[in-house]
Each structure stands twice: as structure tokens, then as C-alpha cells.
Design a protein. Structure first.
Length: 437
């Protein structure tokens, strides 16, 4: 389609004195090609917590035939901070749901409204679940915003708009209101170009990171690597009426491996497979200024090293995990001890709790656009303990276009592997890359 990209900019982006071109570009969706005629954008590049913003959906028909589309009443937004924290909210359609019919070359706009969560600070990446779209919003106050302060240096072009009910139908190329976009009574979709997410897109949109993901190397006791992969899958899509139980229900999977890279065949020393079913709400309540918040997680998990015979290890536990967040300045401290009750402990490791204890003491400290640190401490019986400290530092501080974090890990004590839960390990220091801190 030959229509200039700048013609799709939000209306507020066209006032050069206040909202600048760079910020508008950050607010544009990147979904046009993959969604065959649907793009997303925000009505502004900057808004603080508690303010209402609009997500604009621009549906255009550059196909050879008439096209129709039904705008969903609710879309799910994933807010991701520079530290990798994910918060999910919903945005509601401002107009009555109905089918939009477009002739060839026609355009139509719809708007969803949402409120910026009070807990957010800094530049937020926003994805729309079910659509390959990526937006950005600066949630710092406007006087501190680097995005809103960037001047525009090119002219912007208005898109002619005709209001039709609750929908704004853009009419480029002289398309008349009679022939142009209009909402229909029918709720059916009749087009091969409909921008409805595929099953694979819906499946992938429900995935997010869970525990830290990293790949690190150490040299004590032989050159080796320790790595961890961790994901969670949301079981239910949020509806227009929030459901505290179903909206926060997940399947989780974490895999941690210790890999001997100095051995003759480079064998894996041990691997822990850790599937889980859990419910997690980061903030059930918080202060008015969002300086503190309280949440809760609870679930059931299984851990196994996938072996048989004398090297087999497996166990199950039910846990409850209170979550407390405290913000001071540009730092967020999160205390989230995981209290466990073991069940179905197999005969090969009946004394597991004597080495690992019943509580995983977890502390997380994160700087805005800076260091992220995790502390894990376990206390077993008779001075059996283990300590793990992970530190991640964003590589974009050195190379602005680089993803990931420089990763440093320290471990000392019992239970670095499930196989060796009752063996004390010497202090280990590893260096590597973290994808999710």
C-alpha cells in the first residue's frame, strides 16, 4: 500500500510543540504486515500512572475485495519494564462491538481505553496479546521524560476523518461516507483478509518468562556450565469482567542443568525438570503512591532429574508465597519467601527436607535501568544451608542496541543439583549471560 506511514500517526502527535515525532514512532504498532491490515498505536507517547490512555486500532483494506472485521471488546496488554517485569491489564472498546465493512482502499479506526498502572515507571514496552504488535509508553512525569522532549524535524500529514457513530472512518482517496467504512449490524466476519490472530499466535501470546533465564560458566572443579530456562503459560484469557482466580492461573516449567564441559564426552552432571501449576497475583493491594504493594502466590510443583535406578531423584511440594514490594527512589525491593509442604517424597530421597528445609527465602533488588540481584537462602537441619546470589547488569549500558544482561552467580552449600541434594558443594562463581534477570 502506498499511503505514507506518517499518515497513520495519532492525532495528538501532530502538535509539534508538545508531542514529538520520535515519541509518536515509539507509539506505533509493528503489526501491519503480519496482521494483514491492522496496526496499533497509542494516543500519546507519555502518561503517568493513573492516567487514561487510548489504544488506537487502524484497520485498512489494501486487498482486491471488500473486507470486514469485528473489533474485540477487550484486548490484553502486557507491560514490560526495562528490568523484564511483566504486568498484564485489559483495555476496553469504547464503541459497541460490531462488524466493520470496508471497500477496497478503505480505512477505519477504533479505540480501546485503559488506565496506566500506578506501579509503572520509566519507558514501558507494551505488547498486545494475540497480535504481533509492540508499542512503547514513557510513564515518567513529562518534565523528566526524555521521549517527549525530543523535537520533531519532519512535517506530519493529517488523515481526513469522518465520524460515523462511535467509529472514526478515515477516507483517503476521496471515498465517500456512503461507499466508505461503516459498522454493520451483523457480527459475522466475511473476508479472507480478516485480522484475527491464528491459533499459534494465541498460543504464543499466553507465554511469558517465569524464573530467571541464564547461561553461565565456571572453572572450579573443572570447566562447566550452569543454565536455566523458565516459562509460564496463562491458562485463561481475561474477560471484560475481571476474574481474580482465573486471570492469574498459570502452568509453569523450569529446567536447570549443570553441564561438565571438561569431561571427555561433555556429559550433563544433572538436570532438574520442574513443572508446576500455580496462581500468582503480584499486587493484591498497594499504597496510593504505589511505594509498597502486597501480593500472593500458591501452587503445586514436581521436581525430578529424569533418571532411574540409584541416581533417580524426585519430589513434590505444595507452597504458599507471600509477596511484598517496596519502592524507594529508583529501586524496588521484593521479599517473597516460599513456604513448602512436601508430599509424595520418594524413597530415594526421604531426608530431602533435612538438607533443603521448608522455606526458600527469596529477596530481589532491582534498579531502574540498572542492576538486578536475587538472593536465595535455604536452611536445613544441623547447620545445613545453601546460598545463591545472582546479579545481572544490562549490556545496553555499554552497547545501546544489545539485549541481555551480564550475569554473575555465586553458590555455596547443599543442593545445587537434585542428584546431589545431600552433598555440600564448594563455593562456585560463574560468569555468563542472562536473558531474563
Amino acid at each position: 500500500m502506498a499511503t505514507p506511514l506518517l499518515s497513520f500517526l495519532p492525532t495528538r502527535c501532530k502538535t509539534a510543540h508538545a508531542l514529538r515525532l520520535l515519541a509518536c514512532l515509539l507509539g506505533l504498532g509493528l503489526s501491519a504486515g503480519a496482521q494483514a491490515g491492522l496496526t496499533f498505536s497509542l494516543d500519546r507517547p507519555q502518561a503517568v500512572g493513573g492516567e487514561s490512555i487510548q489504544v488506537q486500532g487502524l484497520f485498512f483494506n489494501d486487498q482486491k475485495n471488500k473486507a470486514s472485521w469485528v473489533a474485540p471488546e477487550l484486548i490484553v496488554l502486557q507491560w514490560r519494564s526495562p528490568q523484564g517485569e511483566i504486568l498484564r491489564t485489559t483495555a476496553k472498546l469504547e464503541s459497541r462491538p460490531g462488524t466493520i465493512s470496508l471497500p477496497v482502499g478503505g480505512y477505519a479506526r477504533v479505540f480501546w481505553e485503559t488506565e496506566v498502572p500506578d506501579t509503572l515507571t520509566g519507558l514501558q514496552a507494551i505488547s498486545i496479546e494475540g497480535y504481533p504488535a509492540l508499542l512503547a509508553l514513557d510513564t515518567d512525569p513529562v518534565e523528566e521524560s526524555r521521549v517527549a522532549a525530543t523535537p520533531a524535524n519532519v512535517p506530519l500529514q493529517e488523515v481526513p476523518v469522518v465520524q460515523t457513530g462511535n467509529l472514526a472512518a478515515a477516507t483517503p482517496g476521496g471515498i465517500s461516507v456512503e461507499r466508505g467504512p461503516a459498522p454493520l449490524e451483523s457480527a459475522a466476519i466475511h473476508t479472507s483478509a480478516q485480522p484475527v490472530p491464528s491459533a499459534s499466535e494465541r498460543f504464543l501470546s499466553a507465554f511469558s518468562a517465569y524464573e530467571p533465564i541464564y547461561f553461565a560458566f565456571g572453572g572450579r572443579g573443572g570447566f562447566h556450565s550452569r543454565f536455566q530456562l523458565s516459562f509460564r503459560y496463562r491458562l485463561f484469557n481475561p474477560r471484560s469482567e475481571p476474574n481474580l482466580l482465573l486471570d492469574n492461573l498459570f502452568l509453569g516449567y523450569t529446567q536447570t542443568a549443570l553441564w561438565d564441559l571438561s569431561g571427555e564426552s561433555k556429559p550433563f552432571i544433572d538436570t532438574t525438570y520442574n513443572p508446576s501449576l500455580f496462581w500468582r497475583a503480584e499486587r493484591l493491594t498497594q499504597s496510593e503512591d504505589a511505594r509498597w504493594g502486597l501480593g500472593l502466590a500458591t501452587g503445586v510443583e514436581h521436581a525430578s532429574n529424569g533418571r532411574d535406578g540409584p541416581e533417580s531423584r524426585s519430589l513434590n511440594d505444595f507452597y504458599i508465597q507471600p509477596i511484598a514490594h517496596l519502592r524507594f527512589g529508583s529501586n524496588v525491593l521484593t521479599f517473597q519467601p516460599r513456604i513448602k509442604q512436601y508430599f509424595g517424597v520418594e524413597e530415594e530421597n526421604p531426608d530431602f527436607r533435612r538438607y533443603a528445609g521448608r522455606v526458600d527465602w527469596r529477596l530481589r533488588w532491582a534498579q531502574d535501568n540498572g542492576v538486578v540481584m536475587h538472593l536465595l537462602y535455604r536452611q536445613g537441619a544441623h547447620s545445613r544451608r545453601s546460598t545463591q546470589v545472582d546479579a545481572s547488569w544490562p549490556l545496553k549500558r555499554i552497547w545501546p542496541d544489545m539485549n541481555g544482561y551480564l550475569f554473575l552467580q555465586y553458590f555455596n552449600g547443599y543442593g545445587e543439583t537434585l542428584l546431589g541434594y545431600n552433598e555440600r558443594q564448594s563455593s562456585q562463581i560463574r560468569l555468563g549471560i542472562s536473558i531474563v534477570p
